[in-house]
Design a protein. Structure first.
Length: 392
């Protein structure tokens, strides 16, 4: 029976390396076959907790009862989690998959083979890998042994149990060892240095607003509030944003600086519904238009030709406080070159280019390019042409 895994929050190089190791391990006899899957069907989720997507995937895996492997050594493990050493090697990944298929492996338990790194891959393919077994020995007891399942069939493995004649059953009145551990827990004993290091690393994960609008950095509705500015809430599913800002000018700071991934806070359904009833609902296109207009700086987009005739396909509603934009939009009703539009609107040509780039980013600009005239047909050079004969 094949098992599935997925990686969330890893960069492209790490994902490609992991896929390569899976293909190599698939050719090794005696090793559990793992294939790449989706998060919904995966038996193991490998996450990088320094990214927002990785932390969300970790919480989803915990809530669904799926095995989760944490990349790196900085983050503390939760119950039933494994640690995925970095950088990857055939030996460490093979051992990780073996432990993930074993329900009796506890958190952080990963015993490496004598294999060192990729230099030992040839030895691994020469003979079946001797992975260290981490299952408890017979008679060692424990709930994990009673519920142990066969790796191939997934069925429960029968476990022999003996009850001695002098065994008695009575109510336990004293606290369990787990309850004692919770009672003696002191938050002051926690070493926050590792968590602070991960937090500082996550804070360096900055992206412009355009990446949050068109990428997969946000998996759910999220909220960001910069100091002294109206808050901004994004709904990736419906491509809508919510903000108490009355004008788009109040959101300029969100479009002109990189935004930290960890500063975004996920919104619950009730919080999102409350904003739908109390704040303005606008499409992503407004933010895309604003960000492109601010970054244009008088340079025409590379895919647009300076010799094209530009026309505005949609007539937007322009604020009365922006008469220059209104004049350029009016000139764009009729197709024209850049200098013609600038002359008609009495606007600087750089402002015309900025506005054309902004409208082109949301698909509202039509660029018409006139084809050059066809060259004349070449003169006839055959025998009849030389003699002066013409076709009638």
């Amino acid at each position: 029976m094949d098992r599935h895994l997925v990686a969330v929050g890893l960069n492209d190089e790490q994902v490609a390396h992991l896929r390569l190791l899976l293909r190599r391990l698939a050719a090794v006899p005696g090793v559990q076959h793992w294939t790449w899957g989706t998060e919904d069907i995966s038996d193991l989720v490998i996450v990088a907790v320094h990214t927002y997507a990785g932390r969300m995937a970790r919480d989803r895996a915990t809530s669904r009862g799926r095995r989760c492997a944490i990349l790196g050594d900085d983050e503390a493990l939760r119950e039933n989690e494994l640690r995925c050493p970095a950088p990857f090697s055939t030996a460490t990944i093979a051992q990780l998959l073996s432990n993930a298929a074993d329900p009796a492996v506890h958190q952080g338990q990963l015993t490496l083979n004598p294999l060192d790194d990729f230099g030992a891959d040839s030895e691994l393919f020469g003979s079946p890998p001797a992975l260290s077994e981490t299952l408890p020995h017979e008679g060692s007891g424990g709930l994990e042994e009673l519920l142990r399942r066969d790796r191939d069939s997934g069925k429960l493995v029968p476990t022999s149990m003996r009850i001695r004649e002098d065994t008695t059953i009575e109510e336990a009145r004293r606290p369990s060892s787990r309850a004692d551990a919770r009672a003696s827990f002191d938050p002051g004993d926690i070493d926050l240095s590792a968590r602070s290091a991960v937090k500082s690393e996550a804070r360096r994960d900055r992206w412009p607003l355009a990446k949050y609008l068109d990428g997969d950095l946000l998996a759910a509705p999220s909220l960001l509030a910069l100091p002294g500015l109206p808050e901004l809430a994004l709904d990736p599913k419906h491509r809508l944003f919510y903000s108490p800002a009355r004008t788009m000018q109040q959101l300029i700071e969100y479009c002109t600086q990189p935004l930290v991934v960890s500063d975004w806070r996920p919104l619950t359904s009730m919080e999102l519904q409350a904003r739908r009833g109390s704040q303005s609902e606008r499409p992503y296109a407004h933010l895309v238009w604003l960000g492109t207009w601010l970054e244009s700086s008088g340079r025409l987009a590379p895919h647009l030709s300076p010799g094209a005739d530009f026309r505005l396909k949609v007539q937007p509603d322009i604020d009365e406080r922006a008469p220059l934009h209104a004049a350029i939009n009016e000139a764009l009703v009729v197709p024209g070159r850049l200098h013609v539009i600038a002359q008609s609107s009495l606007a600087p040509i750089n402002d015309v280019i900025d506005l054309i780039n902004a409208y082109d980013a949301i698909g509202w600009i039509e660029a018409l390019r006139q084809r050059p005239p066809m060259p004349p047909a070449p003169a006839k050079t055959g025998l009849l042409g030389k003699l002066g004969f013409r076709k009638r």
